[in-house]
Design a protein around this ligand. Structure first.
Ligand code: BGC
Length: 483
């Protein structure tokens, strides 16, 4: 998600009126939509497999192609938002999403289902770039950071709600309803966005100053529109004149922050989060939770509920403790718990992945449950939100839009790889080794962050920009006693 430069807003404090709350609703609904779709597949897979008798590869495609669609959606969203405006782009995303949800729920066979998944994913990808951009441009500057964390919180709430719906509907072919329900946040998003204006920044860019003034006064009635719009005009013009080309984004001077952004985005995924979010029911089935109802309730509370709670902690403490400490503590928790899950599966034997458990949860099954709770909590107060925070603050504003898009696409690419090959990995190297592989990546992530990712807490965006001038930014912070 992209947060525009801090310039462009001269207001110190703005009353939070009804229209600003609506902006909050846009970001909230987009996060919910993203999260719901990430989570819902966990409970739907079993029914889909029964209806269509799918192979492991087809199950992986049905699961992961949302991510593939999102990757492309995210890449084109920036261009779309500049061409047709933020508001119309969001409407388009919500429309696509609704269409995809309908295709999924009415699919007569796997091909239509897969097309539906791609369309939904594309909508999610577009919304995930356009909605935070919309919110960040509509919000007064002191609320911008809050909107970024609200978005992450909304994603986890979306996953949780999806799990609750899965749980309420676990039987037979209700997977169609589970997937169909995902049209609800999309339709709500459409309803909320239709009466809203586009952002003043975009309206200025397309030379509609009169409309920009109306838009600004609607959302922030207390501001001095002339001062504010002049300011937006200056910064938008400077941004246009100064806009970096793609080759500059990959230039030597930006290599360090780009490596940090892409590295964090990839590590967030290859340590296994979405394998667990998507395949939670299957993992619990293997761990001896034999009925779909038992699996669904383990997934809902142990994964979904804990994810929301722990994200609250991050939102509260990210500015107090700093990014690095949260990442380190989180990665220790993640590697220990992933190793434990691997050991527990050794005791269970590498069961097949058909989801057929045997008897009730065994001791090893309970250990798996506890370890996964530790894993999800550790992720949710560290890599989950902190990665997005850091990605949004390390790039100079001139390249921020493009660089964040690259990091976001890398994140989805890695998410796709993991969800596409998770079941195949389990089949070929076994469940234990698969979890140990995730644990090994968590250890590598720890060492890499230790060496390469500087602390950004409490630094202004300008100070962060200067950090990259040092040959070794982390060492430079150590030498100056700021780490
Ligand atoms: C990640 C998602 C993940 C979610 C889980 C986000 O930060 O980017 O891929 O599903 O956290 O809460």
């Amino acid at each position: 998600m992209t947060v525009p430069s801090e310039s462009g807003s001269t207001t110190s404090r703005t009353r939070v009126g009804p229209w600003l709350l609506m902006v909050g609703a846009v970001i909230m609904l987009s996060g919910l939509l993203f999260g719901y779709d990430q989570g819902v597949i966990a409970g739907a897979l079993e029914g889909i497999q029964k209806s269509f008798n799918t192979s492991n590869t087809m199950t992986e495609i049905i699961t992961s192609w949302v991510t593939l669609g999102a990757l492309f959606g995210a890449l084109v969203a920036g261009v779309l938002a500049d061409r047709i405006g933020r508001k119309i782009t969001i409407m388009l995303a919500a429309g696509l999403f609704t269409l995809g949800a309908l295709l999924e729920s009415l699919a007569p066979g796997t091909s239509v289902l897969v097309i539906g998944r791609l369309v939904v994913g594309f909508g999610v990808g577009v919304a995930s770039v356009a909605a935070p951009l919309y919110a960040a441009e509509q919000a007064p500057s002191h609320l911008r950071g809050r909107f970024v964390s609200t978005y992450q919180l909304a994603i986890t709430m979306g996953i949780f709600i999806a799990y609750l719906v899965d749980q309420a509907l676990t039987n037979g072919s209700s997977w169609r309803l589970m997937l169909g329900v995902s049209a609800v946040p999309a339709v709500l998003l459409l309803i909320v966005i239709v009466p809203m204006p586009d952002t003043p920044r975009w309206l200025i860019k397309v030379n509609r100053r009169g409309d920009a003034e109306k838009a600004l006064l609607k959302i922030q009635p207390d501001v001095d529109p002339k001062l504010e719009l002049d300011d937006i005009e200056t910064s938008a013009r400077a941004e246009d004149e100064n806009r970096a080309t793609w080759s500059e984004v990959f230039s030597k001077s930006l290599r360090k922050p780009l490596m940090v952004g892409v590295g964090l985005a990839v590590f967030q995924q290859i340590t296994g989060i979405n394998a667990i979010i998507y395949y939670a029911d299957k993992i619990f089935a293997q761990a001896g939770f034999s009925t779909p109802a038992d699996q669904a309730s383990a997934t809902t509370w142990a994964i979904g509920g804990v994810n929301v709670l722990a994200t609250f902690i991050a939102v509260a403490y990210v500015d107090r403790f700093g990014r690095r400490p949260l990442l380190f503590v989180g990665l220790v928790g993640m590697s220990v718990s992933l190793t434990t899950v691997g050991i527990a599966f050794k005791f269970m034997g590498d069961a097949d992945t058909s989801g057929a458990g045997t008897g009730g949860p065994t001791t090893a099954g309970i250990v798996t449950l506890v370890a996964l709770v530790v894993f999800i909590a550790s992720f949710a107060f560290s890599l989950g939100p902190v990665v997005w925070t850091v990605i949004n603050e390390i790039f100079p504003s001139r390249v921020r839009g493009r660089a964040v898009a690259i990091a976001t696409a890398a994140n989805w690419g890695a998410a796709w790889l993991v969800s596409q090959f998770f079941l195949t990995l389990i089949d070929s190297i076994g469940t234990s080794t698969t979890f140990w592989l995730f644990a090994a990546f968590a250890v590598v992530a720890y060492v890499w962050i230790w060496k390469k990712v500087p602390e950004t807490k409490g630094r202004t965006l300008e100070e962060i920009e200067l950090l990259w001038d040092a040959a070794d930014p982390v060492q430079a912070q150590r030498d100056s006693g700021t780490l």
